[in-house]
Design a protein. Sequence first.
Length: 405
Amino acid sequence: MKIKSLKAYFVKTTSNKETVAVLLETAAGDFKASVPFGLSTGEKEAKQVPLKQAIENIEKYIAPSIIDKNFKSQKEFDNFLIKLDKTPNKARLGANAILPLSIAFLRAMAFENKKHLWQYISYTAKTKPTLPTPAVLLLEGGKHGKGKLSFQEFLLLPIGKTFKEKFNLAKQIEQKIGKLLLKEGIMQKLIRGAEGAFIPDIPEEKALNLIRKAIGKNKANLGLDVAATSFYKDKNYLLNKKGYSAKELTQFYLSLLKSFSFIKFIEDPFAENDFASWEQFRNLLKNQKRGGIALIGDDLTTTNPAQIMFSQGKGLCSGVIVKPNQIGSVTETLEAAKLAKKYKWQVLVSHRARETEDDFIADLAVGIGANYIKAGGFGQKERLSKYARLLAIEKEINYNTNTNI
């Protein structure tokens, strides 16, 4: 496929922040992509450069190198950009310059091959596509919230036969949460955080009780994103203004799992470099026959095949968050997801705190056969665009007899 022209520009994200977008032209048409960015980031993520520099890098260095050049595959295109960058972490050109080009090129290739984007991802990665369960953000704290809630995300995992069923159940429970927050005087006004969910000023146990009450007799589980790196300092964890050793924090998690049996995974329970605590907690869960509780790496693994391989070798976790902008290209994202699936880990495709309306991660989640997708709360159009795309994909699967999943 030959690139005819390339344009880079700014688009707005949630909270009115700007990020990078591109318009890539081929003989088949114009293909757009934009990239999000995070507030809570791992130290091993690919580097983002300042926005003006990213635009300049695309126009000054990348465009002259790829225009009129023919690329036969996604891997060839991505590897060309990675080599052009000349750094191990995309520090020269920036992951926020390379990734939107990578996604736009993928869309062009899917169109040229007459496939839905999720189909082409599955074809490229050689993975079996499936519709993920939505991990819907109900309550948020930590860097995304305020007050006593230190855990970053409380994620509803609705149970149902179809994605639409799960989505509708999540909407019902989210509405019930809002009513309970007001009725019980926890919030005088429903305020939402960085990722579109409610941000009550309550401790973890009260938040979990509230969610259990909202679920009622409905069928749903829960996932927790602790984001422990954000409150780790001097080898201690500051939870609700109280210091915990890793051992004490482990016991706190165990007490939560005992009291709230609907918790099915814990993401980033310890800091990204506190490897001993990760390993000890995972072994403890196995010994207590709680192996069904998945420990999910995010800051620990940063969608990086090398970090995933390291974590598997050390026995640190049993699941991974997949965020394309953590690694900076489609090819590397697919490699990370495939490696995690090879290890029989749970795979969760995820948005970022500052999102655009680009719905790429919906197709990505289906294409790689992810277990879950984290797209945020229902309070922002940038999050809803991902859910809308997943509902559309379900229709593509159900109503197109030539489409196989």
